[in-house]
Design a protein around this ligand. Sequence first.
Ligand SMILES: [Zn+2]
Length: 643
Amino acid sequence: MERMKELCKILNKWAYEYYVLDAPTVSDREYDKLYDELRELERESGVVLKESPTRRVGGEPVKGFQKHTHISRLYSLDKAVTDDELSAFFTRTEKQGAKIYTVEYKYDGLTICLTYDKGAFVRATTRGDGRVGEDVTAQALTVKSFPLEISYQGTLEVRGEAVIRLSVLDKYNREHPEEQLKNARNAAAGAIRNLDPKVTALRKPEILFYDVNYMSEEPVMTQTGAMEFLKKEGFKTFPYFKVCQSREEVQAAVDEIEIGRKSLDVLTDGAVVKVDDERVRRTMGYTDKFPRWAIAFKFEAEEAETTVKDVVWQIGRTGKLTPLAHVEPVELAGATVQKATLNNFGDLTKKGIKLGARVLIRRSNEVIPEILGAIGGGEGEVPVLRPVTCPACGSPVKEVGANLFCTNDACPPRVVQRLTHYCSKNAADIGGLSENTLTLLYEKLNVRRFSDLYLLTEEALSGLEGFKDKKINNLLGEIEKSKQMPLDNFLYAIGIDGIGRVAARDLARFGSVEAVAKLSFEELCALENVGEVTANAILRFFSDPQNQEELERLFALGVSPKAKEKKTGSFSGETVVLTGSLSIPRGDAQKLIEEAGGVCGSSVTGKTTLVVAGESAGSKLKKAQELGIPILSEEELFQRLGK
Ligand SMILES: [Zn+2]
């Protein structure tokens, strides 16, 4: 028995070096020799130790998969495809105190959960629906990249992704011409969910571990800690794991993954961003499907390689200079692409974009594709010079972080961009006023301010080339109609820094522009989608005399944004904050409260009149108790809603 224990220990160490570390220290022959000795001892004694590597040969086929309920639910991840969605994730998590994020690859395989108890491997299950999975212990045992014995003595569930390396798949397909496996993802799922473990063994899946799902004792309190724990216990993890201190660092890591995955032997379809700190995670909780503290950034498949020919600078409504690259025409998602954007000057420098550089471009939801990075192989590359003056108006350029700004508020393209934004679909929605038309109005009719649009006359417009009676009538009609635009559209249209459509809707709940202009810093920050920077921008906007005058002018000309009719009901007059996890998604609960006349905030302030506390409510509940704010349970919430 002692010798058997000793043999298990040595063989498991060698297997770990070979399968997890990719650094074998002995030859196959030496391994086989001890392995045979162990097999012989097991046969003689009739005993197989629980940590014995002989358990890893596929057993007999099973009749069907047993169901298994996970100790702790395995959630899937909410996904983001656009930079805006990723940005919204940061706003939400930063408000809850997230400071550190982790970034890792998102593998495209089959999620597996392994259970350990008292230091021994007990069971492997698929994720299933997150609550109940299938027992695939016999199949998983053929995979050698996880330990049968660990030092942690409590009950543990760890999570990994079963994958088949592309090179392994290739080799398999060459050796089994009669049975071609089409893609690595389906091959991995098919291998693990095969009733015959010998088939699993033949396809050689491996498991890459990335999370701890449950720990009965001394749970790790960070994602970084979870990764360290997994490594220490001998699980195979993926070498790429970034700890980031800011949005910018996360964005850089996501870009890095997108470029890096091209040369990876494992199938990936995105990057996973997680809040590192468990305490923040607990405050944020879960929706009915996803954790609120993690997101999968999914890459679009639409990418192409091309060469940068030239870089020009575009000026936006804030004065920001955005590099626009002219590239060699290339086919991308069924269209010929000749232009691609970058975020800013810093982005351009960081990604090493030069004239003549070979680059990878991606088309996401934007009209113009984006340059992901240089891929090398360009010829005669020339650096792009940093503009010293604005290419449109010649004013000095100022550098703020990674951005360059034109310092002239009246810079012509800036003014036209502001007007274009004002007239856009989700703003004043004035059909017929495109960027080109507004440029014409700027040049010929001195249109500068939003209010100038409402002073346009038939006579003035008829002097413009291409403007016939019908077109003029339509346009004036559209302009007239826009006076009654919804309040959230108006708050978005006037172009306050950082106010997108979502935040504008938050603000519009206050019923009028005047009411919004009177909000305090604290009240603004209490809104779900307004952070401190945006709150300050709002305060700055409304205290600026020029903006005040312009608003007066607009109102005097008849612009009168319409607030949504205030709903009345059992929550009329209440400002409600939801905390903890509820049995329905938080967003749905907010909608119900709003339909019953209430207003929802995201943090507890002096204006909060009610707090709804779900399960494991944290700091917000405490604050509400300190302030003596009435607290409702979920049950009481539904009672009051009459549901
Ligand atoms: Zn300028």
